[in-house]
Design a protein. Structure first.
Length: 150
């Protein structure tokens, strides 16, 4: 492994912010949006509320017709379902809620938990994301560091 290479993943990262990457993203989105709509109740609800059908979504630009879903909206959902974590996860994940492997949560500054579930199948992707972040921060195999939690 070349420890001086600029990116962790030399196959994909040099393509960031290129037309080729944008096309890859658009293709993945178009190929997956119908199954997301069918499988994830919150995705269906948000698209229906925005008047957007899965067949409308062919690019990231078009997907911007669906309003951003952030922490305030998450907290509304939490209140709407009466703090029922299983129902919150079902809305967010559909049937894959049964495959939750790791559950993390943060209360931020409001004290209302925001769940961050991971299913086992997503662990390799999370590992890749973490490796990319660490590489960009200058961390290399064999380095040792200490995490300080405030």
């Amino acid at each position: 492994m070349d420890l001086k290479r600029p990116y962790w993943n030399m196959e994909i990262e040099p393509k960031l912010n290129t037309p080729e990457m944008r096309q890859t993203q658009n293709d993945l989105l178009a190929n997956n949006i119908q199954s997301m709509y069918n499988a994830i109740p919150l995705t269906k609800k948000r698209m229906d509320n925005a008047g957007v059908k899965p067949s409308d979504i062919r690019s990231l630009e078009i997907s911007q017709r669906i309003p951003i879903y952030g922490q305030p909206e998450m907290r509304e959902l939490i209140t709407e379902v009466g703090f029922d974590m299983k129902e919150i996860l079902r809305m967010l994940m559909g049937k894959s809620v049964d495959d939750v492997y790791v559950m993390a949560a943060t209360s931020g500054t409001t004290g209302i938990p925001t769940p961050y579930p991971l299913v086992r199948a997503s662990l390799p992707r999370m590992r890749e994301i973490n490796n990319r972040m660490m590489w960009r921060c200058g961390v290399r195999p064999g380095d040792k560091f200490v995490l300080a939690l405030a």
